[in-house]
Design a protein around this ligand. Structure first.
Ligand code: SF4
Length: 264
């Protein structure tokens, strides 16, 4: 019996993966996904990358919950993870369990390395982040940036809830990009061009579960010691690391290391 021709062989997971990455690079170059709408972008990503596509959700912002709902409707086995820094408020854990029950979905909870956290608090104290920008970035690096990087090793693409109007550092966020800091994987930001009103309209229309602290003046909920409520009309990001200057308020998850200047 003669060997099957190469074109008759089923493509291997590796070749399918590299074909999908090539398509992503083409989409970045042509900007063909800009303006398509969040659901179309998610469908594009799921068709090419599932199950090596995951959603990064903080369970502290409505954006992540909207994307989780959209992805679940398209692909019930779609994947989602949350970084548990060890300093999150109870409201985040309660929401994780609510979402788990509502969607019958397993949530991948990613923890920092215990040894790193132990060494950090032994040397610098439990609340080091209030003492200097360097300390705050060290804490974010150990509790968020490293776990994110470690978790994403198993994926070819991930989804975020970044929106351009959230802050000056996010104003150029494209709908699709390569994330070199996290292993050169594809990063989809399907609601980059959505407004806050559009996000909340989706939440109400589909009764999407959201963090209960939003109703108490928290536009987004991060670690408990680094988040506070904001007054109506104030910059939504002003409740995060409020003791710092405006231009340093990022945790490093979505900022280039050099741009952040943290030496991470
Ligand atoms: S947000 Fe605060 S507690 Fe959380 S990782 Fe960053 S510095 Fe540490």
């Amino acid at each position: 019996m003669s060997a099957p021709s190469e074109s008759a062989l089923p493509s291997s997971p590796r070749s399918r993966r590299s074909a999908a990455i090539d398509e992503a690079l083409r989409a970045i170059g042509s900007r063909e996904l800009e303006g398509k709408g969040a659901e179309a972008v998610l469908r594009w990503g799921i068709d090419r990358f599932h199950p090596r596509l995951t959603l990064s959700a903080s369970f502290g912002a409505p954006e992540g919950m909207v994307l989780l709902d959209m992805m679940h409707r398209i692909e019930p086995e779609s994947r989602v993870f949350v970084l548990d820094t060890g300093r999150l408020p109870q409201a985040v854990y309660d929401l994780i369990d609510r979402v788990r029950d509502r969607y019958d979905k397993s949530i991948e909870v990613v923890f920092p390395r215990g040894d790193d956290v132990q060494q950090m608090v032994r040397e610098k104290g439990m609340n080091l982040f209030y003492e200097s920008l360097e300390n705050r970035r060290l804490c974010c690096r150990i509790r968020k940036v490293e776990p994110l990087r470690r978790h994403l090793v198993d994926f070819d693409a991930y989804v975020t809830g970044l929106r351009r109007e959230q802050s000056a550092t996010r104003s150029d966020t494209p709908v699709i990009q390569m994330d070199e800091a996290n292993g050169g994987i594809v990063k989809l930001n399907p609601i980059a061009d959505s407004s806050q009103d559009e996000v909340w309209q989706y939440v109400r229309r589909h009764a999407v579960p959201v963090n209960r602290l939003h109703a108490q003046g928290y536009p987004s909920v991060g670690c408990e010691p680094c988040t506070r409520a904001v007054a109506s009309g104030d910059d939504p990001r002003s409740g995060r690391w409020w003791w710092e200057q405006d231009d340093t308020r990022e945790c490093g998850l979505h900022v280039d290391e050099e741009e952040q200047g943290s030496g991470i």
